[in-house]
Design a binder for this molecule. Structure first.
Ligand code: CP
Length: 312
């Protein structure tokens, strides 16, 4: 029997740094991503999750420019748009890769809503970077003109930030489980899921972008996954990343992970949420999480590279 995995694909699986975010480039990059992910399908049934920070921010910019003629949508509707566009691209590129390998598997991209707490303090303190990078000067000008909140993003430049509440419950969890039981590759919780709140027994979208690694950990827990795989731009997690004394980590216990997180080894906008999500999933389930680069995914799953987070 195959094991169950949630695979969270990072931003560089979709857009390479410095490359234009054209549909053509995104299809090209995702075709490569599909090659790496498809290697795990003999051993694992998978649910794929993806980010949407750059894409949802780009949609907001497009709508800002066109707002005199076409009314902008709220952020939750734009989250849904990115689930649709990226879900389509991932499904198509994976379908084509599997066909080339002589495999005929069904792939379903699920528009996924995730309940958040309407009193989550994140609504008062936006932290999630979206859209393009700006210089400090450009970003401050845009913040003045458009009322955006802007922040410096992990030493890479300035970006608009929006609220990022904690994901609590996946509305479509049962249909995701049903599809996975029936050997369907599921793409779900894209862009961290569409944030919704409960009001008078109904659900209603709210303007925010949930962190995709947090949503991936929740999905992995809810579908009882054997492993959470977080794909990113580095092969291993490092202590003192980018410094002369940087040290790669092969195995990290949850106790060590919490200590290093508190010591500031994992920046808020990049490795921090991945480590937090890994700790949540591993502590709550006793299962494992691997953080690695998709190019070495097969080796990491064999325990030959990557950083494995275990309970302890
Ligand atoms: N929603 C989200 O976390 O997107 P990124 O990973 O692209 O920032």
């Amino acid at each position: 029997m195959k094991k169950l995995a949630v695979v969270a694909i990072g931003g560089n699986a979709v857009n390479r740094p410095g490359e234009k975010a054209t549909a053509e480039n995104m299809f090209k990059n995702l075709s490569e991503t599909a090659k790496f992910i498809s290697k795990m399908l003999d051993e694992y049934d998978i649910a794929i999750t993806h980010g949407n920070g750059p894409q949802v921010g780009n949609l907001l910019v497009q709508q800002e420019i066109a707002k005199e003629k076409i009314p902008p949508f709220p952020i939750d509707v734009n989250d849904a748009q990115t689930q649709g566009s990226l879900g389509y691209m991932i499904a198509q590129t994976l379908h084509n890769e599997l066909k080339e390998k002589g495999k005929n598997m069904q792939i379903a991209s699920i528009i996924t809503q995730i309940v958040v707490d309407k009193n989550d303090p994140a609504f008062q303190n936006p932290t999630k970077p979206v859209g393009p990078f700006y210089t400090e000067e450009e970003a401050k000008k845009l913040a003045n003109e458009k009322g955006w909140i802007i922040k410096e993003d992990a030493g890479r430049g300035w970006r608009r930030v929006v609220p990022s509440p904690k994901p609590l419950e996946i509305i479509e969890k049962d249909v995701i489980k049903l599809l996975m039981k029936n050997d369907v590759i599921v793409i779900a919780a894209g862009g961290g899921g569409i944030p919704v709140i409960l009001e008078d027994g109904k659900i209603k979208g709210v303007e925010a972008v949930i962190d995709k690694d947090r949503a991936s950990a929740l999905l992995a827990k809810e579908i009882n996954a054997d492993i959470l795989v977080i794909l990113t731009g580095v092969e291993k997690v490092y202590l003192n990343y980018g410094k002369e004394n940087q040290k790669p980590l092969d195995i990290l216990t949850t106790t060590e992970a919490k200590k290093f997180l508190a010591e500031g080894h994992f920046p808020k906008g990049s490795m921090g949420p991945k480590i937090e999500s890994a700790i949540n999933f591993v502590e709550q389930t006793g299962k494992e999480c691997i953080i690695t680069d998709m190019k070495v995914l097969d080796k990491a799953l064999r325990g030959e590279t990557g950083t494995k987070i275990i309970k302890g």
